[in-house]
Design a protein around this ligand. Structure first.
Ligand SMILES: CC(C)(COP(=O)(O)OP(=O)(O)OC[C@H]1O[C@@H](n2cnc3c(N)ncnc32)[C@H](O)[C@@H]1OP(=O)(O)O)[C@@H](O)C(=O)NCCC(=O)NCCS
Length: 386
């Protein structure tokens, strides 16, 4: 297999885009990523498009082919990828594998979602399809509901508190202030979090990622072509994808997602690295509780210690260990579900290039972790300076 590189990345602003369509946003991100890569369009052989809700909302299939036409890439191989909130991470993995196998010189991976138009009730129903519809969906379990159960299980098993959840929210919202593409640009206080409306006990409004519109894109290529990158290429050290239980009846525990654990183990093995080598991670904080679970599943802290470590500020920029979600994460940047995995990569690449809004003093190795559904899919990508 050939070594692969990220030559270009881009993200639109995340938030509400009433005047743009899903395809408009995806094309915007794709154009910017191609420009950032410095590649000619004729050097791009394939488009992988990550998206979850587009078909349900707009009734449109084969979106990757529509994107190729709009992007001046007519005739290239086009593939639509769906893995719920993990769709973009999976699109990236396909783009990486195609280049690694020598089947493509360069691939354009795009993730996008336009979620704000149908309203919260309709979106909540569509998001439920990322769980097991015959059981959990039929019982009326929503995604906030599922992660409320996770928060209760975590509190019972490890003693995490509402204050620990609030610490995650305050940290991620504080990071988003400097991120020009983030949906929320204001800090929030403990009082604001505590007085937010109850969504799914114990999760309140600000514990939840928002319903958002946005797109992100990444160009992957080999070393010979990566040198054209306008802002510097970054090496893909590992890009792993796994699956896990879809419904609660198949889960051994609610306080860990096996798909993440396995994807991380495989990624560390392929990169020849361990958790202590990671300077920065963009991880899937779809709810505050999910960050507590993920930092442990990715190997950065023991399960019973993660909530204390975060509350003590051990994952903030300037701390000696791994820095978590300097972009603001899903809680601050926003979570247009099909775009998130590639927006995470955009931030990690920015950190390695030295151009991120909340730039770490020294970032040599970074990780992106994208989760789909209630742990039904996971991708873990490790990137390093070229
Ligand atoms: C939490 C949630 C139910 C709130 O939706 P809602 O009750 O309809 O909220 P509204 O749209 O009425 O918004 C009310 C206000 O709260 C804000 N808001 C909405 N969701 C928010 C969120 N998640 N975080 C912070 N603020 C939020 C809105 O911007 C709005 O502010 P404004 O009055 O200043 O304009 C919704 O954001 C949600 O479902 N989030 C989770 C999405 C999800 O499950 N994603 C997949 C993860 S696996």
């Amino acid at each position: 297999m050939r070594h692969t590189y990220v030559a270009g990345t881009a993200t639109t602003t995340f938030g509400r885009h009433p005047d743009k369509t899903l395809i408009d946003l995806a094309v915007e991100a794709g154009e910017m990523a191609i420009a950032d890569s410095g590649l000619e369009r004729s050097e791009i052989d394939a488009v992988y498009f990550g998206n979850f809700l587009g078909r349900g909302i707009d009734g449109q299939g084969v979106i990757a082919s529509l994107l190729a036409l709009r992007l001046g890439l007519a005739g290239v191989a086009t593939t639509n990828v769906e893995g719920a909130c993990g769709s973009a991470g999976i699109a990236l993995r396909h783009g990486v594998l195609s280049v690694a196998a020598g089947a493509a010189t360069a691939t354009l991976c795009i993730g996008a979602e336009h979620m704000t138009r149908p309203g919260t009730q309709a979106i909540t129903k569509l998001l439920t399809e990322a769980g097991e519809m015959a059981t959990d969906g039929a019982a009326g379990l929503t995604f906030p509901g599922f992660f409320g159960l996770v928060a209760n299980a975590h509190a019972a098993r490890y003693g995490s508190t509402r204050d620990d959840l609030a610490a995650v929210v305050m940290q991620n919202r504080a990071c988003a202030v400097a991120n020009p593409n983030a949906m929320f640009r204001e800090t929030v206080s403990a009082d604001q979090i505590a007085s937010g409306k109850l969504i799914a006990d114990p999760l309140r409004l600000l514990d939840c990622s928002p319903i958002s519109d946005g797109a992100a894109a990444v160009v992957v290529t080999d070393w010979a072509h990566a040198t054209s990158s306008r802002n510097g290429a970054v090496r893909v050290l590992a890009c792993e994808q796994t699956s896990g239980p879809v419904g609660i009846r198949h889960m051994e525990t609610l306080t860990s997602f096996p798909a993440t654990v396995t994807a991380a183990q495989r990624a560390y093995k392929s990169a020849g690295l361990g958790p202590r080598d990671i300077d920065v991670v963009e991880l899937h904080d779809c709810f505050s509780i999910t960050e507590l679970v993920n930092v442990a599943d990715l190997g950065f802290f023991a399960h019973g210690e993660a909530h204390t470590a975060i509350a003590e500020g051990l994952t903030t920029n300037g701390s000696p260990g791994v820095v978590v979600n300097p972009s603001g994460g899903l809680l601050g940047r926003g979570h247009p579900v099909g775009a998130t995995g590639l927006a995470q990569v955009h931030e990690v690449v920015g950190q390695l290039r030295g151009t991120a809004a909340n730039q770490l003093p020294a970032a040599h190795v970074g990780m992106a972790h994208n989760l789909g559904g209630a742990g039904a899919t996971a991708t873990v990508t490790i990137l390093g300076a070229a």
